[in-house]
Design a protein around this ligand. Structure first.
Ligand SMILES: [Cu+2]
Length: 99
């Protein structure tokens, strides 16, 4: 096994995702995240409401992508202390792709 393609473990961004109501939502979020330029891998944990994204994409782009899909997201990284209170209040009941 020649693992010459070692990804330099770019950054891992952890997002807290809100608005997911089923596993299909998690898959939808995963899909939009993986489409963001620079993203190598996106994994969504529906139970915890957490998305883990590997790649060089900016967190703001990831959040924008999730929001464009009708869900909410905020950085859950410890390094991101820029935002004050989470905006869980923006509970727009948008129509999701899956349910
Ligand atoms: Cu769903």
């Amino acid at each position: 096994m020649d693992s010459h393609l070692q990804s330099p473990a770019a950054n891992t961004t952890t997002l807290a995702v809100s608005g997911m109501t089923c596993g299909g939502c998690a898959q939808a979020v995963e899909r939009v995240l993986s489409r963001v330029p620079g993203v190598e891998r996106a994994a969504v944990d529906f139970d915890r409401g957490v998305a883990t994204v590997n790649g060089s994409a900016a967190a703001s782009q990831l959040i924008a992508a999730v929001e464009a899909a009708g869900y909410g997201a905020s950085v859950a990284d410890k390094s991101a202390a820029g935002k004050g209170a989470a905006k869980e209040n923006s509970h727009e009941h948008r129509r999701h792709g899956c349910c």
